[in-house]
Write a protein that binds this ligand. Structure first.
Ligand code: RP5
Length: 165
């Protein structure tokens, strides 16, 4: 949803090749009708843009940054170092090392600069985490998140019923 509503979430990634993974976060944000923007921002290939993007995000109205990267995945941590916004990091799995390199690059932040790291390829949870962060100040969104969780429980119970038939 890159519509007229001012984006509350910035969904960024190091390369357009990360999009198949990161799209799951976009899908969640769309489901919860949270306005977001999508941008390729690379810590290594576009470092000046990365710094300007991170420094300017809060002033533009962004409340949460979701950042995905693979390999030497420095984007989430570097963004977190130039903003006080919450940053959710998504380790993108590449063909070699299965994303363990991405995970370790993102999760091992020094004290003082936090990144909320989800599982390898866990972009859907990044979207949900962003929704929960926003939901802390938005009662209607909190209700929708509770409904979503209740829907998951119903799904599991439906599968249990099917197993017993
Ligand atoms: C990282 O390098 C990107 O986040 C991507 O996961 C990886 C490979 O990028 P491409 O070579 O596919 O553009 O910075």
């Amino acid at each position: 949803m890159t519509d007229s509503a001012a984006p509350l979430v910035a969904l960024v990634m190091g390369s357009d090749s990360d999009w198949p993974t990161m799209k799951s976060a976009a899908d969640v944000l769309t489901e919860f009708e949270i306005p977001y923007e999508v941008e390729v921002v690379s810590a290594h290939r576009t470092p000046a843009k990365m710094i300007a993007f991170g420094q300017g995000a809060a002033a533009r109205g962004v409340r949460v940054i979701i950042a995905g990267a693979g390999g030497a995945a420095h984007l989430p941590g570097m963004l977190a170092s130039v903003t006080t916004l919450p940053v959710v990091g998504v380790p993108v799995p590449l063909a070699r090392l299965d994303g363990l390199d991405s995970l370790l690059s993102i999760v091992q932040m020094p004290a003082g600069i936090p990144v909320a790291t989800v599982s390898i390829g866990g972009a859907a949870n990044a979207g949900l985490l962003a929704a929960r962060i926003l939901g802390a100040g938005d009662e209607a969104l909190t209700v929708r998140l509770a409904d979503y969780a209740a829907g998951l429980a119903e799904l599991v119970e439906g599968k249990n019923e099917a197993l017993k038939r």
